[in-house]
Design a binder for this molecule. Structure first.
Ligand SMILES: [Cu+2]
Length: 67
């Protein structure tokens, strides 16, 4: 398991939290959103899921990844 933290712009409420966490769950990753620090912590198996796919899942929901 790989654990990464991404800075994500545009998250503001519980809906954002659930849509991002759900989108990550859909690709088999486990996401945890922290609104206060605007970060998403993602745990995923890098042998099955690429970092690009993780980022894409978040961006597809309409959010911008800063780092
Ligand atoms: Cu929201």
């Amino acid at each position: 398991m790989q654990n990464i933290q991404l800075k994500v712009d545009g998250m503001s409420c519980g809906h954002c939290v659930s849509s991002i966490e759900k989108a990550l769950g859909t690709i088999g990753a486990e996401g945890k959103v922290d609104l206060a620090s605007k970060t998403v912590t993602v745990a995923f198996d890098e042998s099955k899921i690429s970092l690009a796919a993780v980022k894409e899942a978040i961006e597809d929901q309409g959010y911008d990844i800063r780092a």
